[in-house]
Design a protein around this ligand. Structure first.
Ligand SMILES: Nc1ncnc2c1ncn2[C@@H]1O[C@H](COP(=O)(O)OP(=O)(O)OP(=O)(O)O)[C@@H](O)[C@H]1O
Ligand SMILES: [Mg+2]
Length: 191
């Protein structure tokens, strides 16, 4: 098994052992830190993932964005090409269905793709990170492929629990680092 695969496995086991209450309270702490990040506050169009299992919960962040009058965009995954298509999320969250990974995404007939140039901030999930903003995801390379296409001012912000921060995430040439990582305790900026 590769270094990435080993690290991914152990971090996923650790995360699966967290209980609902811990997920909820740490997610709340992360949101409180995130809403103080100035460029995020100023973003008009925010792309954000729909959390599943024990990932940092995003439902309250999404509600907050709508209340602030922001446009919210969520990923739709094309499994064959491992591509992400950003689609508008309606505030009611109707027309969402579970994809083959068990992740909620806009159903086929309700998909309304957004031009990537419009996106100001991208809130990204992950399995592990290091303090230099390197990211380990699920292994599909979805976000690496997507992030190269973003406009240059667009900010990549990862949200994760402090226990997902490791000494060093192994990286390959195609891995795209985050600009900022927000945990319930800290903020890390890419040097
Ligand atoms: N341009 C590309 N960008 C990223 N990955 C690529 C690219 N082309 C091929 N790949 C392949 O996709 C996989 C990406 O693996 P990696 O471990 O970095 O995924 P990840 O960043 O953890 O995943 P995800 O973003 O889906 O959560 C590798 O097997 C890599 O060889
Ligand atoms: Mg990667």
């Amino acid at each position: 098994m590769s270094l990435k695969a080993k690290l991914r496995k152990s971090l996923l086991i650790q995360r699966s052992l967290m209980d609902k209450q811990e997920v909820e309270s740490l997610s709340q702490g992360i949101m409180e830190k995130l809403v103080k990040v100035k460029p995020f506050l100023e973003s008009k169009v925010v792309m954000i993932y729909l959390s599943f299992k024990n990932e940092v919960a995003t439902d309250k962040i999404i509600n907050w964005c709508f209340k602030q009058g922001k446009e919210v965009v969520v990923p739709y995954c094309i499994v064959d090409t491992k591509e992400i298509i950003p689609c508008k999320l309606d505030p009611e969250r109707k027309n969402l269905i579970k994809n083959k990974y068990g992740i909620w995404e806009p159903s086929k007939d309700s998909r309304s793709p957004v031009d990537i140039e419009e996106i100001d901030t991208i809130i990204i999930p992950g399995v592990g990170f290091d303090k230099n903003c390197n990211r380990l995801g699920f292994g599909g390379g979805y976000y690496d492929r997507f992030l190269v296409k973003r406009k240059k001012e667009a900010l990549a912000i990862a949200i994760c629990y402090e226990n997902q921060i490791v000494e060093a995430v192994p990286t390959d040439s195609y891995d795209i680092p985050m600009d900022i990582i927000v945990t319930e305790e800290s903020l890390f900026y890419r040097k």
